[in-house]
Design a protein around this ligand. Structure first.
Ligand code: SF4
Length: 341
């Protein structure tokens, strides 16, 4: 059976990151008054080094030296989740360093990540003045119960208020949500993504929850109060959440962990659906579901030959040939993917 596969709708939200360089600068929020269950910053704050202005300057210089492709845009990303919670003078000092490179024309934009309850008009006016182009809000969930048991210390209304304010200031809005928080289900996660999409974020990060040593979640895990998702559960839940995204143009800029940006401290043990290429597994599942729907309506007694755009060939086959193995075992025929254009 031959299938001409068009994946332009199903995978349209996965952003092409090849046209941008990102300079990641981790700004810890030492003395953060919150106590999110998945975070280990409080317990390890004694081990976190202060990030000096000189450190930021050196890091930017160091990254700029690597970058060879002048057609790519360059963004400085202050991540850590609570940029606007740190001392205001320090925020301004960091932003001044970044602005030096913007003025020199060597960097194109700045992004920060912060909490929804750390946004107000004064902060936004300051960020706008210092050329912050994107603010990513750590939403995590829009379900009050999930927010409460995760001890986020903010409400879904804070997310709505902050998102609307950010858009009002003409700053690009990003959301980050988590899959598999305590008390979270696929229903609360679908509710979360639908509520987020109403706020029109331009970009989205989706993180399955990982259990990090020294976090409160780690204690819950050890006491069997919390069970992390398996990789296949995380893949299935992420693919359902992404299906909701296809109704909009939101760009999914990250799915799953990336050690450089997302782990507070190296050499920390992590448990849960940890996978370097979770996004590939999720995309493969989305594609598998689509192919399966087509096959289910047909009698399969000869090889399955998929014709698809070249860039989707490896996704159709799947990481570790997961889709190929699945279809060949299920239908007892060959599963062949051919790239076109
Ligand atoms: S995730 Fe951010 S806000 Fe929550 S405890 Fe950690 S540093 Fe504080």
């Amino acid at each position: 059976m031959e299938i001409k596969l068009d994946l332009s709708q199903e995978l349209k939200n996965f952003a092409n990151k090849d046209n941008q360089y990102t300079i990641p600068i981790f700004i810890p929020h030492k003395g953060c008054p919150n106590n999110c269950v998945f975070c280990n910053q409080k317990k390890i704050s004694g081990q976190i080094e202060d990030v000096t202005i000189e450190d930021v300057d050196n890091k930017i210089k160091e990254y700029l030296e690597y970058y060879k492709d002048s057609s790519k845009k360059i963004e400085i990303a202050f991540f850590g989740g609570s940029f606007t919670g740190i001392d205001i003078e320090l925020q301004i000092s960091y932003l001044e360093v970044a602005n030096k490179y913007i003025k020199e024309g060597r960097v194109d934009s700045i992004r920060i990540s912060t909490r929804p309850d750390y946004i107000n008009e004064d902060i936004l006016a300051m960020l706008k003045k210092y050329n912050v182009k994107t603010i990513e809000l750590g939403v995590q969930s829009m379900d009050e119960k999930v927010l409460e048991v995760s001890q986020r210390g903010h409400t879904s209304q804070d997310v709505i208020t902050a998102s609307n304010l950010i858009r009002k200031y003409g700053i690009r809005l990003g959301h980050q949500i988590m899959i598999g928080l305590p008390e979270s289900t696929i229903e609360t996660e679908l509710y979360t993504i639908r509520e987020c999409l109403k706020l029109e974020p331009k970009q989205l990060r989706i993180y399955p929850v990982y259990v990090i040593e020294d976090s409160e979640l780690y204690a819950m895990y050890k006491n069997s109060v919390y069970k992390p998702l398996s990789i296949s559960e995380a893949v299935s839940r992420c693919s359902k959440v992404i299906k909701e995204c296809t109704k909009t143009d939101v760009a999914i800029i990250r799915l799953g962990l990336q050690s450089t940006e997302d782990i507070t401290i190296a050499n920390t043990n992590i448990y849960g659906p940890v996978s370097d290429n979770l996004a590939e597994y999720v995309m493969a599942e989305i594609v598998r579901n689509k192919i399966e729907k087509i096959l289910d309506n047909n009698l399969i007694n000869d090889d399955i030959i998929i014709y698809v755009q070249k860039r989707y060939v490896s996704i159709c086959v799947g990481p570790k040939k997961i889709n190929k193995i699945y279809f060949e075992q299920k239908y007892n025929v060959k599963y062949i993917v051919k790239g076109e254009i």
